[in-house]
Design a protein around this ligand. Structure first.
Ligand SMILES: [Zn+2]
Length: 139
């Protein structure tokens, strides 16, 4: 189910709680909301729909823009810093921040199996932005 995008800094600046199996429906709503934001968003953290749990979704351009859902994503390693300019559906305007070209991320899938994966370039940048949302960091 598509949900309304939250723009309240008070909600967006909260650090999210670990996600559990009870949050699988919330994650589906998050993916539905991203799918409905075609052309306006490439990823979302759950707090953007008012759910302060560590869940992110993003469109993976290396997989034909399939929406990937990650529970409890954690960036284990990062290489190659660069300055990126980013926008956010929850915020006005754009901001610059440091991102990394290649990351190793550990996460759980909807069955709560743990995976470790490497991403580079655009998907890596999106994941870093959405993990920041989980930490209450607004970019
Ligand atoms: Zn954002």
């Amino acid at each position: 189910m598509q949900r309304t995008i939250v723009t309240s800094p008070a909600i967006l600046s909260q650090k999210s709680e670990p996600a559990t199996k009870n949050d699988v429906n919330a994650a589906r709503d998050l993916a539905d909301t991203l799918a409905a934001s075609e052309g306006r968003a490439v990823g979302m953290g759950a707090n953007m729909i008012g759910i302060t749990k560590r869940i992110i979704v993003f469109k993976n351009e290396t997989e034909n823009n399939r929406i990937v859902t990650m529970f409890n994503p954690e960036i284990l390693e990062k290489y190659g810093p660069y300055e990126a300019e980013e926008e956010c559906l929850s915020l006005e305007g754009s901001r610059t921040t440091t991102r990394y070209r290649r990351i190793t991320v550990q996460y759980q899938d909807a069955d709560f199996h743990t995976h470790t994966a490497e991403y580079e370039g655009w998907p890596a940048q999106i994941i870093q932005h959405e993990v920041d949302h989980c930490d209450g960091i607004l970019i």
